[in-house]
Design a protein around this ligand. Sequence first.
Ligand code: AMP
Ligand code: MG
Length: 409
Amino acid sequence: MSAPRPPLKPLEQALAELLDFAVALDGVESVSTFEADGRVLAQNLLSALQVPPQDNSSMDGYAVRCADLSPAQNLLSVTQRIAAGSSGTALAPLSAARIFTGAPIPEGADAVVMQEDCDVVDDAQVRIKSLPAPGQWIRRAGEDIRRGAVVLQKGARLTPAALGLAASIGMHVLPLARRPRVALFSTGDELVMPGQVAPEAMKPGSIYNSNRFFLRTLLSRLGCQVSDLGIVPDRLDATVQALHGAAQGHDLILTSGGVSVGEEDHIKPAVQALGALDLWQIAIKPGKPFAYGRVHNAHFIGLPGNPVSSFVTFLLLVRPFLLKLQGVTELAPATFALPAHFTWARADKRREFLRVRRNPAGGLDLFANQSSGVLTSAVWADGLLDNPPGQTIAQGDLVRFIPFSEVLG
Ligand code: AMP
Ligand code: MG
């Protein structure tokens, strides 16, 4: 009789162990701010200046001195014109400066009156129709960023807005964490490549390699430099050889397929022959046959072959792993409690990640076919429902929703 199988590892535990292995890569790269989208800052960014640099107008109108104006005295002479990019001179008493959005407030002025609240009397005079309050329509120097402030922190992932902010303090080059070098390969004798075999020429038993396409894209979105090593045949010697070669010059080897318990699954013994397998099999559905180990000096992650399993385990496990390698500290996606607009009667022993979609009524709809081979579900869905083990779901139950927008890239 064979020994009883140990219980599968819960996801939280597997993730914690996996992240312990993800020691941040060393090396800082200077990269053009134009090229830094999605990359991770390796140092705090401090501002050498204040933004905005001076008090400036947030309206097209007239800069005035409030003390000059009263219900009885609302006529001012227009003595200067200040457009964005130029600067004026000190404002004399009883005068106004024609001013435009973004232009610096002249010395002495303490409010801007928008042009809609003014009557132009002639070229040289303006009548102020509504009395301004001091400070009105003035953007204060430094109200966005103080000099010396930490504008973006080490470990932050750069978004388009963050790139704009970095540029606003004059950074045209940024200190970034090194890109993880990832070797990617697919296993499976059944796999053929789109473009190499036409649909009508497919041999019985063969399928197109779909995992390769989304895995490569997901890796690139996470800032990785990908070496796509193609398809490895289902043989132990070929698998050992491929892993051995891939360990050179890569931080991570990522594979899909061949990591279950069948006779055609050679990943596990190959990793054990070259290094160590530290994690194998997780109590989630889809995605049970997930593996982590080391091959020589490289990290190794084996994803299941079923496309939805491969996709989901990437988002849940590989994504935080790769971000941590780059020094990111916030790894958990934001999740939301939303009502289920369906029932789920089949509780599973494993924690399940169901493909669902938000509907206009504010609830979640379920994709009808939750098979791990049905990639259509992942396209139809806009996120995953994280359902605890042993749990059924009734109409209206609040469930935990992870939007794909939180984890794709
Ligand atoms: P495996 O984990 O190798 O046993 O594969 C499980 C299932 O996923 C099988 O039906 C495979 O044909 C399928 N599969 C494996 N790799 C891929 C791939 N790269 N693209 C699409 N399907 C795959
Ligand atoms: Mg296989």
